[in-house]
Design a protein around this ligand. Structure first.
Ligand code: F6R
Length: 344
């Protein structure tokens, strides 16, 4: 079977409580929605240097209701931008929830977060909780390649601010009693538990990476875009890309994962969680182009983000690929005039 079905009672009509995130009237989310409705906003340069080309998109050809796209000169600056936003969230006193992603892109971002807060004596993270997008099926939480282990080591430096590893949440795919992966039935129950958990913890910010094939979390191409947390069969492309974390041994890469679905992210975004996607490197350029300018289709789960409010893509120039080439060099029928203004 390509994709596990969610439990019969779920997600249709399931009474998952969706508490309102505690948003203040002056929350930037409110402004941003106003600015961005019906437009794409491209920002090129360093933090603070903003060039607004809202309205540059011919809406008869592309449909981007409100994605902020930030193009940084290089991956280091893209990581700085993401880290700066994470630090802002960590410093907000009323903000306790951070949605995390795993994978290579996130490493430099967390290094920068730790550097930025290193001398912040007042920071108190005792009430912070993190909620991860996904976990492999088949790895114990102590396996070095498990996302439990990755998040423990990425967040370990936060301990000096009162943060404990118990505050890290990820899908539990391992049965401690038997010392084996959970059974299919147990995994389905875990999907249900995790989805409810995600919605019981209001998240200020959810970080997202981008798969080479356009996946988000482990929501694979051609999976149901309305799905909530589910069991995912990892695509061959995803397993091949992740073999680098398993000493290039493709056979060692798990075949399944439990992951939040695009429906989970949609519910989050609609109640005020900011979705921040970071993609760096030329190998992500095709996925970025498909996500921002391709058809909105299950073939590229990331394209679905264009239908959600409060989404930002932070890219480096390599990941922006054609997008940036179109902006600065070749005349691009979709984005031309305002860009000339911008570069003159
Ligand atoms: C894993 C996850 C994935 C990764 C994606 C990119 O939690 O969310 O969607 O973000 O596979 O991975 P890297 O950053 O290794 O290229």
């Amino acid at each position: 079977m390509l994709h596990e079905n969610p439990p019969a009672q779920y997600p249709l009509n399931h009474p998952i409580p969706l508490p309102k995130a505690p948003m203040k009237d002056d929350d930037p989310f409110v402004d941003r929605q106003g600015i961005l409705a019906g437009s794409v906003r491209l920002t090129i340069g360093r933090v603070g240097q903003e060039i607004d080309v809202s309205g540059a998109i011919d809406s008869s050809r592309v449909y981007i209701p409100g994605v902020t796209v930030v193009i940084a000169p290089d991956a280091g600056i893209a990581s700085d931008i993401a880290a700066t936003r994470i630090v802002e969230v960590l410093r907000e006193s009323g903000s306790r929830g951070l949605g995390t992603a795993t994978g290579g892109t996130m490493g430099p971002i967390w290094q920068r977060v730790h550097a930025q807060i290193a001398s912040d004596a007042a920071l108190d993270l005792q009430s912070l909780f993190t909620v991860g997008l996904d976990e492999y099926v088949g790895l114990s939480p102590s396996s070095p390649q498990s996302y439990h282990q990755e998040m423990r080591s990425r967040l370990q430096p936060l301990q000096r601010f009162g943060f404990r590893s118990e505050q890290i949440h990820l899908p539990d795919t391992w049965d401690d009693k038997t010392g084996r992966p959970k059974s299919p039935q147990q995994l389905r129950e875990e999907c249900f538990r995790y989805e409810a958990l995600v919605h019981s913890l209001p998240l200020r910010l959810q970080l997202l990476g981008l798969g080479h094939d356009g996946h988000i979390g482990f929501s694979m191409p051609w999976s149901d875009l309305h799905q909530r947390t589910h069991i995912s069969d990892l695509s061959p492309k995803t397993r091949a890309a992740n073999a680098r974390f398993f000493s290039d041994d493709l056979d060692a890469v798990p075949k399944q994962a439990v992951t939040m679905g695009m429906g989970t992210l949609s519910a989050m975004a609609h109640r005020g969680t900011e979705l921040l996607l970071i993609a760096t490197g030329a190998q992500k350029a095709d996925a970025v182009r498909d996500a921002l300018f391709g058809m909105i289709s299950p073939g590229c789960p990331a394209s679905y983000l264009r239908l959600l409010p409060n989404v930002t893509f932070v890219l480096d120039q390599k990941a922006a690929g054609d997008l940036l080439g179109g902006v600065l060099e070749a005349p691009n029928p979709l984005i031309s005039q305002p860009l000339r203004d911008m570069t003159s």
